[in-house]
Design a binder for this molecule. Structure first.
Ligand code: ATP
Ligand code: ZN
Ligand code: MG
Length: 303
Protein backbone atom coordinates (compact mmCIF):
# COMPACT_ATOMS: atom_id res chain seq x y z
CA UNK A 1 0.00 0.00 0.00
CA UNK A 2 2.86 2.31 0.88
CA UNK A 3 4.59 1.57 -2.41
CA UNK A 4 1.39 2.36 -4.30
CA UNK A 5 0.82 5.66 -2.56
CA UNK A 6 4.37 6.74 -3.16
CA UNK A 7 4.36 5.87 -6.88
CA UNK A 8 1.09 7.79 -7.26
CA UNK A 9 2.57 10.74 -5.38
CA UNK A 10 5.69 10.66 -7.52
CA UNK A 11 3.51 10.71 -10.64
CA UNK A 12 1.61 13.72 -9.25
CA UNK A 13 4.87 15.44 -8.29
CA UNK A 14 6.31 14.87 -11.76
CA UNK A 15 3.08 16.25 -13.24
CA UNK A 16 2.50 13.09 -15.29
CA UNK A 17 -0.84 12.47 -13.58
CA UNK A 18 -2.98 15.34 -12.34
CA UNK A 19 -4.89 14.97 -9.07
CA UNK A 20 -8.63 15.66 -9.32
CA UNK A 21 -9.44 14.86 -5.70
CA UNK A 22 -11.04 11.53 -6.68
CA UNK A 23 -9.11 8.26 -6.45
CA UNK A 24 -8.75 6.73 -9.90
CA UNK A 25 -9.79 9.89 -11.79
CA UNK A 26 -6.74 11.71 -13.13
CA UNK A 27 -5.70 14.23 -15.68
CA UNK A 28 -2.72 13.29 -17.82
CA UNK A 29 0.16 15.54 -18.89
CA UNK A 30 1.23 16.07 -22.50
CA UNK A 31 4.24 13.85 -21.82
CA UNK A 32 2.05 11.02 -20.50
CA UNK A 33 -0.17 11.31 -23.59
CA UNK A 34 2.93 11.30 -25.84
CA UNK A 35 3.86 7.89 -24.43
CA UNK A 36 0.37 6.51 -25.02
CA UNK A 37 0.32 7.91 -28.57
CA UNK A 38 3.73 6.36 -29.29
CA UNK A 39 2.65 2.98 -27.93
CA UNK A 40 -0.54 3.11 -29.99
CA UNK A 41 1.56 3.71 -33.11
CA UNK A 42 3.51 0.59 -32.19
CA UNK A 43 0.23 -1.32 -31.90
CA UNK A 44 -0.78 0.05 -35.33
CA UNK A 45 2.52 -1.11 -36.79
CA UNK A 46 2.21 -4.63 -35.38
CA UNK A 47 -1.50 -5.09 -36.09
CA UNK A 48 -1.77 -2.90 -39.17
CA UNK A 49 -1.29 -5.57 -41.84
CA UNK A 50 -4.21 -7.65 -40.51
CA UNK A 51 -6.78 -5.38 -42.14
CA UNK A 52 -8.90 -4.71 -39.07
CA UNK A 53 -11.81 -2.32 -39.50
CA UNK A 54 -11.30 0.64 -37.18
CA UNK A 55 -14.24 2.02 -35.19
CA UNK A 56 -14.23 4.57 -32.38
CA UNK A 57 -17.19 4.80 -30.00
CA UNK A 58 -17.60 7.46 -27.33
CA UNK A 59 -17.16 6.48 -23.66
CA UNK A 60 -20.92 6.06 -23.25
CA UNK A 61 -23.05 3.33 -24.82
CA UNK A 62 -26.70 2.60 -25.54
CA UNK A 63 -28.28 1.53 -22.24
CA UNK A 64 -30.50 -1.04 -24.00
CA UNK A 65 -27.42 -2.81 -25.39
CA UNK A 66 -25.75 -2.65 -21.99
CA UNK A 67 -28.81 -4.29 -20.42
CA UNK A 68 -28.81 -6.98 -23.11
CA UNK A 69 -25.11 -7.68 -22.52
CA UNK A 70 -25.83 -9.05 -19.04
CA UNK A 71 -23.19 -6.80 -17.47
CA UNK A 72 -25.39 -6.18 -14.41
CA UNK A 73 -25.59 -9.94 -13.79
CA UNK A 74 -21.83 -10.36 -13.71
CA UNK A 75 -20.29 -7.02 -12.65
CA UNK A 76 -22.93 -4.80 -10.98
CA UNK A 77 -20.25 -3.41 -8.65
CA UNK A 78 -18.29 -1.86 -11.54
CA UNK A 79 -21.04 -0.30 -13.66
CA UNK A 80 -21.64 3.41 -14.06
CA UNK A 81 -24.90 4.87 -15.35
CA UNK A 82 -25.60 8.39 -16.65
CA UNK A 83 -28.46 10.14 -14.86
CA UNK A 84 -29.79 13.65 -15.57
CA UNK A 85 -32.21 16.19 -14.21
CA UNK A 86 -35.50 15.89 -16.13
CA UNK A 87 -37.84 17.86 -13.86
CA UNK A 88 -40.00 20.98 -13.94
CA UNK A 89 -39.14 24.49 -12.75
CA UNK A 90 -40.59 23.57 -9.39
CA UNK A 91 -38.39 20.49 -9.23
CA UNK A 92 -35.45 22.72 -10.13
CA UNK A 93 -36.19 25.01 -7.19
CA UNK A 94 -36.25 22.12 -4.74
CA UNK A 95 -33.08 20.71 -6.33
CA UNK A 96 -31.23 23.99 -5.71
CA UNK A 97 -32.62 24.17 -2.18
CA UNK A 98 -31.48 20.62 -1.53
CA UNK A 99 -27.96 21.41 -2.80
CA UNK A 100 -27.82 24.56 -0.68
CA UNK A 101 -28.91 22.84 2.52
CA UNK A 102 -26.68 19.91 1.76
CA UNK A 103 -28.41 17.50 4.13
CA UNK A 104 -29.98 15.29 1.51
CA UNK A 105 -28.42 13.74 -1.56
CA UNK A 106 -29.32 16.15 -4.39
CA UNK A 107 -28.81 13.38 -7.00
CA UNK A 108 -31.63 11.18 -5.66
CA UNK A 109 -34.20 12.46 -8.17
CA UNK A 110 -31.92 12.31 -11.18
CA UNK A 111 -33.43 10.16 -13.94
CA UNK A 112 -31.67 7.44 -15.88
CA UNK A 113 -30.80 8.49 -19.43
CA UNK A 114 -30.43 6.21 -22.46
CA UNK A 115 -26.67 6.20 -21.88
CA UNK A 116 -24.43 4.16 -19.59
CA UNK A 117 -20.65 4.44 -19.32
CA UNK A 118 -18.80 1.96 -21.51
CA UNK A 119 -17.30 -0.80 -19.33
CA UNK A 120 -14.99 -2.28 -22.00
CA UNK A 121 -14.13 -1.01 -25.47
CA UNK A 122 -15.74 -3.98 -27.23
CA UNK A 123 -19.23 -3.72 -25.67
CA UNK A 124 -20.74 -1.37 -28.29
CA UNK A 125 -19.30 -3.49 -31.12
CA UNK A 126 -21.32 -6.72 -30.88
CA UNK A 127 -24.78 -5.20 -31.44
CA UNK A 128 -23.32 -3.00 -34.19
CA UNK A 129 -21.93 -5.99 -36.08
CA UNK A 130 -25.09 -8.04 -35.45
CA UNK A 131 -27.18 -5.34 -37.14
CA UNK A 132 -25.08 -5.62 -40.31
CA UNK A 133 -26.06 -9.23 -41.01
CA UNK A 134 -23.96 -12.33 -41.56
CA UNK A 135 -20.22 -12.36 -40.99
CA UNK A 136 -17.94 -13.39 -43.87
CA UNK A 137 -16.76 -17.02 -43.84
CA UNK A 138 -13.23 -15.58 -43.64
CA UNK A 139 -14.09 -14.01 -40.28
CA UNK A 140 -14.06 -10.37 -39.20
CA UNK A 141 -11.59 -8.21 -37.32
CA UNK A 142 -12.15 -4.86 -35.59
CA UNK A 143 -9.83 -2.24 -34.11
CA UNK A 144 -11.32 -0.31 -31.18
CA UNK A 145 -10.26 2.24 -28.60
CA UNK A 146 -12.38 3.79 -25.90
CA UNK A 147 -12.32 5.36 -22.52
CA UNK A 148 -13.91 2.83 -20.17
CA UNK A 149 -15.47 3.34 -16.75
CA UNK A 150 -15.24 0.96 -13.82
CA UNK A 151 -16.28 1.89 -10.32
CA UNK A 152 -13.17 0.62 -8.56
CA UNK A 153 -11.65 3.63 -6.77
CA UNK A 154 -8.10 2.93 -5.61
CA UNK A 155 -4.85 4.61 -4.61
CA UNK A 156 -3.10 2.29 -7.06
CA UNK A 157 -2.38 4.53 -10.08
CA UNK A 158 -2.79 1.43 -12.27
CA UNK A 159 -6.39 0.98 -11.14
CA UNK A 160 -8.29 3.96 -12.51
CA UNK A 161 -12.01 4.58 -12.83
CA UNK A 162 -11.75 6.13 -16.30
CA UNK A 163 -9.03 4.68 -18.49
CA UNK A 164 -8.44 3.78 -22.13
CA UNK A 165 -8.57 0.35 -23.62
CA UNK A 166 -7.32 -0.42 -27.13
CA UNK A 167 -8.82 -3.64 -28.43
CA UNK A 168 -8.79 -5.97 -31.37
CA UNK A 169 -11.90 -8.13 -31.63
CA UNK A 170 -12.07 -11.20 -33.85
CA UNK A 171 -15.19 -13.07 -34.97
CA UNK A 172 -15.21 -16.34 -36.88
CA UNK A 173 -14.78 -20.06 -36.34
CA UNK A 174 -13.34 -21.45 -33.12
CA UNK A 175 -10.01 -22.17 -34.86
CA UNK A 176 -9.86 -18.69 -36.40
CA UNK A 177 -10.46 -16.76 -33.19
CA UNK A 178 -8.26 -18.97 -30.97
CA UNK A 179 -5.42 -18.56 -33.50
CA UNK A 180 -6.02 -14.80 -33.39
CA UNK A 181 -5.79 -14.80 -29.61
CA UNK A 182 -2.61 -16.91 -29.59
CA UNK A 183 -0.92 -14.69 -32.16
CA UNK A 184 -1.59 -11.58 -30.03
CA UNK A 185 -0.25 -13.30 -26.92
CA UNK A 186 3.01 -13.88 -28.83
CA UNK A 187 2.99 -10.36 -30.29
CA UNK A 188 2.20 -8.80 -26.91
CA UNK A 189 5.21 -10.45 -25.30
CA UNK A 190 7.46 -9.32 -28.19
CA UNK A 191 6.15 -5.75 -28.06
CA UNK A 192 6.68 -5.41 -24.32
CA UNK A 193 10.20 -6.85 -24.63
CA UNK A 194 10.93 -4.35 -27.41
CA UNK A 195 10.16 -1.50 -24.99
CA UNK A 196 12.20 -3.05 -22.18
CA UNK A 197 9.35 -4.33 -20.03
CA UNK A 198 9.54 -7.46 -17.92
CA UNK A 199 6.54 -9.66 -18.79
CA UNK A 200 4.82 -12.85 -17.75
CA UNK A 201 1.60 -14.39 -19.02
CA UNK A 202 -0.85 -16.18 -16.75
CA UNK A 203 -4.42 -17.52 -16.75
CA UNK A 204 -6.86 -15.08 -15.20
CA UNK A 205 -10.50 -14.48 -14.42
CA UNK A 206 -12.96 -11.61 -14.35
CA UNK A 207 -14.33 -10.40 -10.98
CA UNK A 208 -17.78 -12.03 -11.30
CA UNK A 209 -20.01 -10.76 -8.50
CA UNK A 210 -21.29 -12.78 -5.57
CA UNK A 211 -21.62 -16.47 -4.84
CA UNK A 212 -22.89 -17.42 -8.29
CA UNK A 213 -19.85 -15.56 -9.63
CA UNK A 214 -17.51 -18.11 -8.02
CA UNK A 215 -18.74 -20.74 -10.46
CA UNK A 216 -18.17 -18.39 -13.39
CA UNK A 217 -14.63 -17.73 -12.13
CA UNK A 218 -13.87 -21.46 -11.84
CA UNK A 219 -15.30 -22.17 -15.27
CA UNK A 220 -13.33 -19.31 -16.86
CA UNK A 221 -10.06 -20.48 -15.32
CA UNK A 222 -10.63 -24.21 -15.95
CA UNK A 223 -11.27 -23.56 -19.61
CA UNK A 224 -8.40 -21.05 -20.04
CA UNK A 225 -10.82 -18.46 -21.38
CA UNK A 226 -8.81 -15.48 -20.11
CA UNK A 227 -5.08 -14.81 -20.08
CA UNK A 228 -3.32 -11.69 -18.88
CA UNK A 229 0.06 -10.24 -19.71
CA UNK A 230 1.49 -9.01 -16.42
CA UNK A 231 4.12 -6.32 -15.79
CA UNK A 232 5.37 -5.05 -12.41
CA UNK A 233 4.04 -1.54 -11.70
CA UNK A 234 3.15 -1.10 -8.06
CA UNK A 235 4.45 -4.47 -6.87
CA UNK A 236 6.98 -6.97 -8.20
CA UNK A 237 5.38 -9.94 -6.44
CA UNK A 238 1.93 -8.96 -7.68
CA UNK A 239 2.40 -7.60 -11.21
CA UNK A 240 -0.37 -5.73 -13.03
CA UNK A 241 -2.42 -6.92 -16.01
CA UNK A 242 -1.45 -4.66 -18.92
CA UNK A 243 -3.05 -6.76 -21.65
CA UNK A 244 -5.80 -9.35 -21.58
CA UNK A 245 -6.70 -12.07 -24.07
CA UNK A 246 -10.28 -13.26 -23.87
CA UNK A 247 -11.97 -16.14 -25.67
CA UNK A 248 -15.76 -15.94 -25.35
CA UNK A 249 -16.46 -19.25 -27.15
CA UNK A 250 -19.86 -18.80 -28.84
CA UNK A 251 -21.45 -17.01 -25.88
CA UNK A 252 -21.39 -13.49 -27.40
CA UNK A 253 -22.27 -14.94 -30.80
CA UNK A 254 -25.37 -16.56 -29.28
CA UNK A 255 -26.28 -13.53 -27.16
CA UNK A 256 -26.05 -11.01 -30.00
CA UNK A 257 -27.05 -13.21 -32.94
CA UNK A 258 -23.66 -13.11 -34.65
CA UNK A 259 -23.74 -15.70 -37.43
CA UNK A 260 -21.29 -16.74 -40.10
CA UNK A 261 -22.32 -17.08 -43.75
CA UNK A 262 -22.90 -20.83 -43.33
CA UNK A 263 -25.41 -20.08 -40.55
CA UNK A 264 -23.22 -21.26 -37.67
CA UNK A 265 -22.87 -19.11 -34.56
CA UNK A 266 -19.67 -17.04 -34.57
CA UNK A 267 -17.03 -17.55 -31.92
CA UNK A 268 -15.44 -14.35 -30.66
CA UNK A 269 -12.23 -13.29 -28.92
CA UNK A 270 -10.86 -9.92 -27.89
CA UNK A 271 -7.41 -8.68 -27.02
CA UNK A 272 -7.17 -5.56 -24.87
CA UNK A 273 -4.27 -3.20 -24.17
CA UNK A 274 -4.59 -1.15 -20.98
CA UNK A 275 -3.04 2.06 -22.33
CA UNK A 276 -2.57 3.92 -19.03
CA UNK A 277 -1.15 0.76 -17.44
CA UNK A 278 1.38 0.32 -20.25
CA UNK A 279 2.46 3.96 -19.91
CA UNK A 280 2.74 3.52 -16.13
CA UNK A 281 4.78 0.33 -16.59
CA UNK A 282 7.16 2.29 -18.84
CA UNK A 283 7.49 5.14 -16.32
CA UNK A 284 7.91 2.68 -13.46
CA UNK A 285 10.58 0.66 -15.28
CA UNK A 286 12.54 3.39 -17.07
CA UNK A 287 11.96 6.38 -14.80
CA UNK A 288 9.71 9.43 -14.84
CA UNK A 289 11.85 11.38 -17.33
CA UNK A 290 11.31 10.10 -20.87
CA UNK A 291 14.59 11.69 -21.99
CA UNK A 292 16.46 9.31 -19.68
CA UNK A 293 14.86 6.17 -21.09
CA UNK A 294 17.19 3.62 -22.74
CA UNK A 295 18.06 4.53 -26.32
CA UNK A 296 16.59 1.31 -27.79
CA UNK A 297 13.28 1.89 -25.99
CA UNK A 298 13.11 5.47 -27.26
CA UNK A 299 13.96 4.26 -30.75
CA UNK A 300 11.19 1.65 -30.67
CA UNK A 301 8.65 4.24 -29.56
CA UNK A 302 9.81 7.33 -31.45
CA UNK A 303 11.91 5.96 -34.32
P1 ATP B 1 -7.68 -6.40 -13.26
O1 ATP B 1 -7.64 -7.88 -13.01
O2 ATP B 1 -6.40 -5.71 -12.97
O3 ATP B 1 -8.87 -5.76 -12.62
P2 ATP B 1 -9.19 -6.82 -15.61
O4 ATP B 1 -9.14 -8.29 -15.70
O5 ATP B 1 -10.39 -6.23 -14.99
O6 ATP B 1 -7.87 -6.25 -14.86
P3 ATP B 1 -9.93 -6.48 -18.36
O7 ATP B 1 -11.36 -6.45 -17.95
O8 ATP B 1 -9.44 -7.68 -19.06
O9 ATP B 1 -9.00 -6.21 -17.06
O10 ATP B 1 -9.59 -5.15 -19.19
C1 ATP B 1 -8.66 -5.11 -20.27
C2 ATP B 1 -7.43 -4.29 -19.90
O11 ATP B 1 -7.80 -3.00 -19.41
C3 ATP B 1 -6.62 -4.91 -18.76
O12 ATP B 1 -5.71 -5.86 -19.24
C4 ATP B 1 -5.93 -3.70 -18.17
O13 ATP B 1 -4.72 -3.45 -18.85
C5 ATP B 1 -6.90 -2.56 -18.42
N1 ATP B 1 -7.64 -2.22 -17.19
C6 ATP B 1 -8.62 -2.94 -16.59
N2 ATP B 1 -9.08 -2.32 -15.50
C7 ATP B 1 -8.37 -1.16 -15.39
C8 ATP B 1 -8.37 -0.08 -14.47
N3 ATP B 1 -9.21 -0.04 -13.43
N4 ATP B 1 -7.51 0.94 -14.68
C9 ATP B 1 -6.65 0.94 -15.72
N5 ATP B 1 -6.59 -0.07 -16.63
C10 ATP B 1 -7.45 -1.11 -16.48
ZN1 ZN C 1 -13.28 -7.00 -25.18
MG1 MG D 1 -10.79 -5.63 -13.12
Amino acid sequence: MDMQTSFLDRLFDAGLLIDTGVDGLYGRSGQFEEVIAAFERLIDKVGGADGAEAMRFPPGMNRAFFEQSGYMKSFPQLAGTVHSFCGSELDHMSLLKCMEVGEEDWTKDQQATDIVLTPAACYPLYPTVARRGKISAKGALYDLQSYCFRHEPSKDPARQQLFRMREYVCMGTEQHVTDFRQSWMDRGVEMMKAVGLDVTIDVANDPFFGRAGKMMVNNQRDQNLKFELLIPITSTSNPTACMSFNYHQDSFGTKWGLNLEDGSVAHTACVGFGLERIALALFHTHGLDVNEWPENVRATLWG
